[in-house]
Ligand binder design. Structure first.
Ligand SMILES: Nc1ncnc2c1ncn2[C@@H]1O[C@H](COP(=O)(O)OP(=O)(O)OP(=O)(O)O)[C@@H](O)[C@H]1O
Ligand SMILES: [Mg+2]
Length: 500
C-alpha cells in the first residue's frame, strides 16, 4: 500500500553542521509514527522541512504518491499538514483567541472581527483540555503548560490530515498529558496521521504504531510497535548501552542554607515553609499550576511576598529582585528558556559568559581564557551539540539550548540552586549527566532545589521532597518514604478531601 506521506533521501546542512543525511521517512494513514533521537539528532529539522519552513538540500516529498513540487509554508498547510512546533510560537501580548485564530478570524456581516464568535470557537477548541483559561486572557499571563496547550489547540483547529507534534508533552504533566493522549486517540480514529516526537520514551512505547530512530542526522532503524525494548531503543539513540538512568550517590546533608518561613502571596501561595540543607537535593513535586514555579519566583524576588521570611545561613534576608538574589548566592534556572534563560541571538559562549562576568574579571578585564575553558568543559560533559562556542544559540536544537541554560549556572558558584524542570526536552543520555552535575553541586556544599514534573526523576534524584498542592506544601517526605502513587495522591489533593 502506498504510504500517505513519503520523505525520501532528505539531506540538509547548515554552516558547520550536517543536520540530516539521506533520511527517508514515511507515514501511513491513521498511524502514529514516533520520531526519536538524542538532542540535535535532526528530528525538528526533518519536520521543519515537512512544514515548509526549511528547504531540503536534497531529497523529495510525496503525498499520496504524488511528488510535492512547491514546499512553501502556505502550500504545506494547504496540503493538510499541521505542525505543533517544539518552541512555543505564540504572541505574548495577544489574547488566547487572537493567537489561535490569527489570520483566519471569523468575521461579522460588516467584515469586522466577530469577537464573540471567536471567543466561543476558542472555548470549543480548549474544551477537551478542561482548563481554566479565558479566551480574552493575554498569553503572557499563562505558564508554559497552558501555552503549550494553546499551541496544540491551535494546530487541532486547522483540521489537518497530517499532524506533527514536536514534543507536545515536554511542558505538560499528569492530567494534561492524559487529555492529550485521549485527543490523540480520537484523532487517529478519525483518520488523522500523526508524527510524534518525544524524549519521554514510555509515551513513545504507549502511543506509537511505528518508531523511527535518528542519530547524528541519519536514520538508524524503523520498527513496529512492541518489537523493541526500551534498552534497545536507548542503545540505538545513544549508540551505546546506558548503564544507569539515575546515578546514585550518598548525600551528606549539612547545615541549613536556605530557609523559608510562612511565605504567603495572595493568589499564589500560603504559609510555605521548608529548609534546604547544604549537600542535598530537595525536590518539589506537584501538578502544573500547583504554584511551584511561582513560589520559587517569590523567594527569588521576582514577585513581592505579602508575608513570610527568607533566611540564608540562618540570617533573615530581603531579596529585592533577581540581581539581588544572584548577589546573595541564589541561582534560579527557569523553565522557560526562551523567555527567561537565554539570549537567542547571542553565541553559546556569550550566553554562558553572561552569568559569570562579575566573577571572572579583574578591574574590568574579562578572563576570556578561563571562561572559555569552563564553557568548553560544560559542552563536553553535557554533550552540547554545536560546531563551536561561537555558534548562535538560536541555531541549536531545543534540547541543546536547554543545556546551555544549565551550563550557565553550573559554572557559576552559588550557595542555592533552584532548577525549574531542568531536564525538560533533554535526551536520556544527557539527563544522566545533568543529574551528576547537580549532585556535584550538592557535594560542593550547595543546596540544590529541583522542581520537576517527572515523578520518577524526583523520587530517584532528590534526598527529600515537598509536594505542592494549590500553593501549599501538603507533604514533605524523604527518599524512599513514599511510592509514586502516594505522591500522586498528595499532588491531586486527595488526602485533604478525604480528611474533610
Ligand atoms: N537554523 C539552523 N542553523 C544552524 N544549525 C541548525 C539550525 N537548525 C538546526 N541546526 C542544527 O541541526 C542539528 C539538528 O537539530 P534539530 O533541531 O533538528 O535537532 P533535534 O533532533 O530536534 O534535537 P532536540 O531533541 O534537542 O530538539 C543540530 O546540530 C542543530 O544545531
Ligand atoms: Mg527538536
Amino acid at each position: 500500500m502506498e504510504p500517505l506521506l513519503k520523505m525520501s533521501g532528505i539531506t540538509k546542512t547548515f554552516p558547520g553542521v550536517r543536520a540530516l543525511s539521506n533520511v527517508s521517512f514515511d507515514l501511513n494513514k491513521g498511524e502514529l509514527h514516533a520520531l526519536v533521537g538524542e538532542n540535535g539528532a535532526g528530528k525538528s529539522t526533518l519536520m521543519k522541512i515537512l512544514s515548509g519552513l526549511y528547504k531540503a538540500d536534497e531529497g523529495d516529498l510525496f503525498l499520496k504518491g504524488e511528488k510535492i513540487v512547491s514546499t512553501g509554508l502556505r502550500e504545506m498547510i494547504n496540503l493538510g499538514i499541521g505542525v505543533i512546533y517544539q518552541e512555543l510560537n505564540l504572541i505574548p501580548y495577544l489574547s488566547v483567541s487572537e493567537n489561535i485564530f490569527l489570520g483566519r478570524e471569523p468575521k461579522t456581516s460588516f467584515g469586522t472581527i466577530d469577537w464573540s464568535r471567536m471567543h466561543e470557537m476558542t472555548r470549543e477548541a480548549l474544551a477537551p483540555f478542561k482548563l481554566d483559561i479565558e479566551p480574552q486572557q493575554k498569553v503572557y499571563s499563562l505558564g508554559a503548560a497552558h501555552q503549550q496547550i494553546i499551541e496544540i489547540a491551535k494546530a487541532l483547529s486547522l483540521n489537518a490530515e497530517i499532524l506533527v507534534m514536536d514534543e507536545p508533552t515536554a511542558a505538560l504533566t499528569g492530567n494534561e498529558v492524559e487529555r492529550l493522549f485521549e485527543i490523540i486517540k480520537q484523532l487517529k480514529k478519525a483518520g488523522v496521521s500523526i508524527i510524534y516526537i518525544s524524549h519521554r520514551l514510555e509515551e513513545v512505547h504507549t502511543l506509537a504504531d511505528r518508531i523511527t530512530i535518528l542519530r547524528d542526522g541519519e536514520r538508524v532503524i524503523t520498527k513496529d510497535r512492541g518489537t523493541m525494548s526500551n534498552d534497545e531503543m536507548i542503545k540505538y539513540m545513544v549508540g551505546r548501552v546506558l548503564e544507569e538512568q539515575y546515578p546514585q550517590y550518598d548525600s551528606e546533608p549539612g547545615a541549613i542554607v536556605l530557609e523559608v518561613r510562612g511565605l504567603t502571596k495572595k493568589g499564589i501561595c500560603s504559609d510555605v515553609s521548608f529548609a534546604a540543607r547544604a549537600g542535598e537535593i530537595f525536590g518539589f513535586v506537584g501538578l502544573v499550576g500547583a504554584g511551584r514555579t511561582e513560589i520559587m519566583q517569590t523567594i527569588y524576588g521576582y514577585r513581592k511576598m505579602d508575608s513570610g521570611e527568607v533566611l540564608l545561613h540562618g540570617n533573615p534576608v530581603k531579596i529585592r529582585n533577581c540581581q539581588d538574589a544572584v548577589m546573595k548566592g541564589i541561582g534560579l534556572i527557569p523553565e522557560e528558556r526562551k523567555q527567561q534563560g537565554l539570549i537567542l541571538g547571542m553565541s553559546v559562549f556569550d550566553n554562558a559568559a553572561l552569568s559569570v562576568l562579575d566573577l571572572y574579571s579583574t578591574a574590568g578585564v574579562l578572563h576570556r581564557r578561563r571562561i572559555t575553558d569552563e564553557v568548553n568543559t560544560m559542552i563536553d560533559s553535557m554533550n552540547i551539540k554545536t560546531p563551536s562556542v561561537k555558534q548562535l544559540v538560536i541555531n541549536l536544537s531545543g534540547g541543546n539550548q536547554q543545556k546551555v541554560v544549565l551550563a550557565k549556572w553550573f559554572i557559576r558558584h552559588c550557595d542555592v540552586y533552584i532548577f525549574d524542570e531542568p531536564t525538560r526536552g533533554i535526551d536520556v543520555g544527557a539527563k544522566v549527566e545533568i543529574y551528576r552535575l547537580m549532585q556535584n553541586l550538592a557535594k560542593r556544599g550547595a543546596a540544590v532545589i529541583m522542581i520537576s514534573s517527572e515523578l520518577p526523576e524526583v523520587m530517584n534524584i532528590s534526598d527529600r521532597a515537598a509536594v505542592v498542592f494549590e500553593g501549599r506544601i501538603v507533604k514533605e517526605f524523604r527518599k524512599g518514604e513514599l511510592n509514586e502513587e502516594q505522591v500522586m495522591e498528595y499532588s491531586l489533593g486527595l488526602h485533604e478531601r478525604r480528611r474533610a
